[in-house]
Design a protein around this ligand. Structure first.
Ligand SMILES: Cc1cc2nc3c(=O)[nH]c(=O)nc-3n(C[C@H](O)[C@H](O)[C@H](O)COP(=O)(O)O)c2cc1C
Length: 180
């Protein structure tokens, strides 16, 4: 049975973090979500836990453990059920596994389930142009969009011609969730 946050509590946002270099900035999204009234719990892929962001800082900011592995059957659910889910950054790997229904990490399993729960899901991909050209990735985007998943603009992480890397649009995830 899924535990929902009580009606008097803040809505609960899952932030799913994948192993892209830009993940180091995920606290910007968490802070913005908290300012907008969300309670935040972070679920990271196992690869993302290996140095892609500051896990201790995120736990201090959210007041909750960062989840990456499934709980033991006897353990209580660490998070309430989500009212919304933001996937940022989303990798090529996780987007493709999610679209294919391969729930081999807690992160992807959670995403597969969230679509079925009917909660809003916003995705900010960080996928380089060469990988994004792969037909499987393009098929995955079509499939997930068809499920109602909301995507931010493509972001490659590559520097612009002038040399600077464009800022990652963290708060777009919240805008996508809140558009109704
Ligand atoms: C420093 C570094 C940066 C990476 N950045 C990206 C990225 O921006 N986008 C991406 O799709 N993969 C990126 N990768 C590759 C992913 O980490 C790799 O595909 C991994 O299996 C993804 O796992 P996950 O989807 O479970 O998080 C990066 C890898 C490294 C080592």
């Amino acid at each position: 049975m899924t535990e929902h946050a009580g009606a008097s509590q803040k809505p609960f946002l899952y932030v799913v973090v994948c192993a892209a270099g830009i993940a180091a900035g995920v606290e910007e999204l968490i802070a913005a979500a908290q300012e907008r009234g969300w309670e935040v719990g972070v679920i990271a892929t196992p690869v993302a836990m290996g140095g892609f962001f500051d896990v201790a800082a995120v736990e201090a900011r959210t007041g909750r453990v960062v989840r990456s592995a499934w709980r033991s059957p006897a353990d209580p659910r660490p998070f309430p059920a989500p009212d919304a889910v933001a996937v940022a950054p989303a990798t090529f790997n996780t987007v493709n596994k999610w679209a294919a229904g391969i729930g081999d990490t807690l992160a992807v399993g959670t995403l597969c389930e969230a679509a079925g729960l009917g909660v809003p899901i916003a995705v900010l991909p960080c996928v380089g142009g060469a990988l994004a050209a792969h037909p499987a990735y393009q098929d995955s985007l079509v499939r997930l969009r068809g499920m109602g998943v909301r995507f931010g603009d493509p972001y490659s992480g590559e520097p612009a011609p002038g040399g600077d890397r464009p800022a990652f649009p963290w708060t777009t995830a919240l805008d996508l969730l809140e558009r109704g």
